[in-house]
Design a protein around this ligand. Structure first.
Ligand code: GLN
Length: 480
């Protein structure tokens, strides 16, 4: 067994009987046991359940009922509720919370036969770009343990990047799948808002939150997405759409027009810019046309995102009151005291900062100046993209301003927010966007981002897989 094998190859190994699903799960569990003290990618390993699920998968395979994911190990970001397994969102606030139900994503992936090995580390309530706000301490980047794996889905990206699991779920509100995928040298897809059910996914900013997948390749991500997507009556914002299918450009064109927005491509550090340009040119050599274009409101995305996400977070997190979930202060003198002390002890600094700024921007007298204005900016950004997609089939862009930074190096909150400059625009516009490895800068992986029109994931998968057939960046991995 090899740790960096594709899902399809693992499936073939299982079908041939080279190994059983139980042996496969045990193999990855052993890798986790050996590496996790160091990487901190998993905050909970569910060994017994995993072996039980693997045995059930072996029985399905023996009956000839296996699908592409039967017996494939995976990990869930700790933001997804798992029936009977503690789910904390990496917050002290949810210490001891054991959900009585599965998130739709978790239930669907279990029904597809996947074997969940555990829950992965993340920024607290998914707020962060480095995994450093986790109550459990940061996950570490498998390419350099002194560096951040990115965030907020840092544990999932680090686990796949280190070959501790073949694939994992994540969520992306403003970049939390794409940026850690880039930092850890794996492929990550944030689907169109509404493609994947949010039921049982702990809410951060409900108009932006979207579940998605990490894998070693575009093909692997496509397989996982296929099992998690689709309409869910339990999430009123989930879209009634058919399954994602690979597709060409507008009118089915095989040769696509790929836009390079000047706002994303100017001012990049030389080596990063060089890698990204070479990647775009690879697509050009495959027969696609590169077109320069402008998305003029790009620089307003980070401020608009942080106003909107903070506002929604302040409302969503008001439910953690010390009464219904998780942490409860002892011996309160009255109800206000219970709220105050439970919330003070349960939330970390960054989460408190978001709740405070979010409450402020929603308060009487400031609502128009901040929240309403941010909504208008969001509309402009959306409009920029939709106009661009009149002329191009997809957009190519950087994912982050550089490769993984050192843990502790970005210690100013606003500097951290600025890390999200290239990911927040597609989030505000609700668009599908994918990150895939496209080079190394100082020995660290960097990612190319492909952004598509709403529900055109199939176009991104098509382009991405073409890119990965021509290059081998996605096959590289850190020494283990
Ligand atoms: N880094 C962004 C934030 O802190 C995005 C996080 C996310 O996508 N969940 O809000």
């Amino acid at each position: 067994m090899q740790p960096f094998t594709s899902i399809a190859d693992l499936g073939r190994g299982l079908a041939r009987g080279d190994y059983s699903a139980r042996e496969l799960a045990a193999f990855y569990l052993e890798r986790i046991a050996a590496a996790n003290d160091d990487l901190n990618a998993f905050i909970r390993v569910t060994e017994e359940r995993a072996l039980g699920a693997a045995e059930a998968a072996d029985r399905s395979i023996a009956r000839g009922e296996g699908g592409p994911l039967t017996g494939i190990p995976l990990a869930h970001k700790d933001i997804f509720c798992t029936d009977g397994v503690a789910t904390t969102c990496a917050s002290r606030m949810l210490a001891g919370f054991v959900p009585p139900y599965d998130a739709t994503v978790v239930a669907r992936l279990a029904a597809a036969g996947t074997v969940c090995l555990g829950k992965t580390n993340m920024d607290e309530f998914a707020m962060g770009s480095s995994n450093e706000t986790s109550w459990f301490g940061p996950a570490r980047n498998p390419w350099d343990r002194g560096r951040a794996p990115g965030g907020s889905s840092g544990g999932s990206a680090a686990a796949v990047g280190a070959g501790l699991v073949p694939c994992a779920t994540g969520t992306d509100t403003g970049g939390s799948i794409r940026q850690p995928a880039a930092f850890c040298g794996v492929t990550g897809l944030k689907p169109t808002y509404g493609r994947v059910s949010r039921y049982g996914m702990i809410a951060f900013a409900s108009s932006l939150d979207q579940g998605g997948a990490f894998g070693r390749s575009v093909e692997d991500v496509e397989t996982v997405l296929g099992a998690m997507e689709g309409h869910d009556p339990l999430d009123s914002t989930s879209a009634e759409r058919g399954p994602t299918r690979r597709s060409g450009g507008r009118n089915g064109a095989e040769r696509m027009r790929i836009g390079l927005p000047s706002e994303y491509w100017t001012g990049l550090p030389g080596d990063l810019g060089g890698c990204l340009l070479a990647a775009a040119q690879e697509l050009e050599q495959a027969g696609h046309a590169l077109v320069s274009l402008s998305l003029p409101h790009t620089d307003a995305a980070v401020p608009a995102y942080y106003v909107i996400a903070g506002a929604e977070a302040s409302a969503n997190l008001s439910r953690y009151d010390g009464v219904r979930f998780g942490l409860r202060a002892e011996d309160p003198t009255d109800l206000d005291d219970l709220y105050r002390r439970s919330r003070a002890a349960g939330f970390g600094t960054e989460v408190k900062r978001r709740i405070l700024t979010g409450t402020y921007t929603l308060s009487v007298g400031y609502y128009d100046a901040y929240y309403l204005k941010a909504q208008r900016v969001r509309r402009r950004i959306q409009q920029d993209f939709l106009e661009a997609f009149d002329d191009v089939d997809a957009i190519a862009a950087p994912v982050a301003p550089g490769p993984a930074f050192e843990l502790g190096a970005v210690d100013d909150p606003v500097a951290m927010y600025r890390q999200d400059v290239f990911t927040t625009p597609a989030s505000l516009a609700g668009l599908p966007a994918m990150s895939m490895p496209c080079g190394l800068v100082d020995g660290l992986p960097v990612g190319l981002q492909l952004i598509g029109p709403p529900f055109e994931e199939g176009r991104l998968l098509n382009l991405g897989s073409e890119f990965q057939q021509r290059t081998d960046w996605h096959l590289r991995h850190p020494e283990t």
